[in-house]
Every structure is written in structure tokens, then in C-alpha cells.
Design a protein around this ligand. Structure first.
Ligand SMILES: NC(=O)c1ccc[n+]([C@@H]2O[C@H](COP(=O)([O-])OP(=O)(O)OC[C@H]3O[C@@H](n4cnc5c(N)ncnc54)[C@H](OP(=O)(O)O)[C@@H]3O)[C@@H](O)[C@H]2O)c1
Length: 211
């Protein structure tokens, strides 16, 4: 698929690198093609392409948003028309002392949807640290795969993102409409506290057991 990345830092670079390795056509929507983050991504993954935000997004079927949460509005204002495009929201609103950045009154993804009202927003790739987007292999669990929880209002868009998740080695778990993103954002805070505050480290993920 044709994929554009807005934001190519820790999260963007990890996901773009995995997707380009699967032969997707991945373009960095670069406001500054000479920035350190663009140069670092290209050095790691030379197959990535670079274009202006408007050009990268115009040619993309799926757009990943991987910017600091507070930059989302400005970043989306630079990319032009997102009508009908799938916008994968990888961002998290994180407030002081690892609280919800919107005081749990609204999910970050609903705010992103308000900044891009004609896009099909799907929240995905948020509930773990970027280390697990670089490498999600957990050997020794047989067929059990790490779970990627996703939320969105558009069923078809969720199916497309689920397929991408599966290609990347995740079990895609659809949790409901975009408002459910609030719960994913709290799950993220739990993961961050466990991994980065309590000192467990980043090498753990959730899995889904069903019967
Ligand atoms: N880090 C994690 O483990 C993790 C995991 C899951 C989700 N998240 C979420 O993912 C998002 C990105 O996190 P990150 O750690 O990847 O951040 P990061 O390493 O700081 O990278 C941010 C990227 O966004 C770009 N950017 C900043 N302001 C922008 C703007 N106004 N317009 C366009 N691009 C802009 C930066 O470009 P420049 O380099 O040019 O400034 C950089 O490429 C955050 O919302 C975070 O909460 C993070």
C-alpha cells in the first residue's frame, strides 16, 4: 500500500521501517527533509521515500500520525486534504505525572478526528513503547501473537489497519469505536508506568487469550 508518515521519530521510524520491509511504499511527509529525524530514518531504512507533507499525503492511501501530541493540530494543518484517507493515530495525550493529557474527558483520537474531520481515524500502535514496534518477536509462545488493540468508527478502515497489523506480526484486536480510544490511552499509561517507572523495561506486551 502507499503509506505516508507524519512524524518520523522513535515511533514513526520504527513502524515505517517495518512496513517498508514488507514492500509497502512508505513516504516520509517531511516538513524539513534535512532534519535529524529524517536523516536518521533514511540512514536506517534507505528504501523510505521523502516528499513534502502535501505531496506525501496526496499520494497515500494510509497516513500515519506519529507526532508529539501537542503538535498534532499544526502537523495536520500542513498536509492538505485528508478526505477519505485512513489516518492511523499513533499519538498519546500524556499529561503531568503520567496522567491523561485531556483529563480523561475526551480521547486524544477524538481530538485528532476533530482536526481532520474528513479522515477515517483509527487508533493503533499506541499501547506499547516504540521498542515493540521495532521488534515484536516474543519467541517461545508457539502461535500466540502479541496483541495490538485498535479503535475507530469506520469498519473498512479498521479492517485495513487490522490487516497491516497482521502483516507486521500482531494479533489485531478491534475494541470498538473511536471513543474507546480513551481506554487504550489509559492502557498506554499503565504500560508506561510498568515499563519506564517501575523499571520492568520495554520488553513486554499484552496478548489475547480466548475461549
Ligand atoms: N516513544 C514511544 O515509545 C511511543 C509509543 C507509542 C506512542 N507514542 C506517541 O507517538 C508520538 C510520537 O512519539 P515519538 O517518541 O516518536 O516522538 P519523537 O521521537 O519526538 O518524534 C516526533 C516526530 O514528529 C515530528 N514533528 C514534531 N512536531 C511536528 C510538527 N509540528 N509537524 C510535523 N512533524 C512534527 C518530529 O520532527 P522533527 O524531528 O523535525 O522535530 C519527529 O519526526 C507521540 O504522540 C507519543 O505519545 C510514543
Amino acid at each position: 500500500m502507499k503509506i505516508a508518515f507524519i512524524g518520523i521519530g522513535q515511533v514513526g521510524c520504527a513502524l515505517a521501517g517495518q512496513l517498508v520491509a514488507l514492500d509497502h511504499a512508505v513516504t516520509i511527509a517531511a516538513r524539513n527533509p534535512d532534519s535529524d529525524s529524517v536523516k536518521t530514518a533514511l540512514a536506517k531504512y534507505p528504501q523510505l521515500q521523502v516528499a513534502s507533507p502535501i505531496e506525501a499525503v496526496a499520494q497515500a492511501e494510509i497516513v500515519f500520525l506519529a507526532t508529539p501530541f501537542n503538535a498534532n493540530q499544526a502537523a495536520l494543518a500542513e498536509v492538505g486534504d485528508l478526505t477519505g484517507k485512513i489516518l492511523v493515530d499513533c499519538t498519546n495525550p500524556v499529561g503531568p505525572n503520567l496522567t491523561h493529557g485531556l483529563k480523561s474527558e475526551q480521547s486524544g483520537s477524538e481530538l485528532v478526528q476533530s482536526f481532520a474531520p474528513k479522515a477515517k481515524v483509527v487508533k493503533a500502535f499506541t499501547i506499547y513503547g516504540f521498542e515493540n514496534f521495532e521488534n515484536n518477536l516474543y519467541p517461545g509462545y508457539s502461535d500466540l501473537k502479541p496483541a495490538m488493540l485498535i479503535a475507530g468508527d469506520d469498519t473498512t478502515a479498521k479492517q485495513v489497519v487490522s490487516t497491516l497489523c497482521q502483516q507486521l506480526g500482531w494479533e489485531a484486536v478491534e475494541v470498538g469505536n473511536l471513543a474507546m480510544s480513551l481506554h487504550l490511552e489509559h492502557l498506554t499509561l499503565l504500560w508506561i508506568k510498568m515499563a519506564r517507572v517501575q523499571g520492568r523495561g520495554a520488553d513486554f506486551v499484552w496478548a489475547m487469550l480466548k475461549r
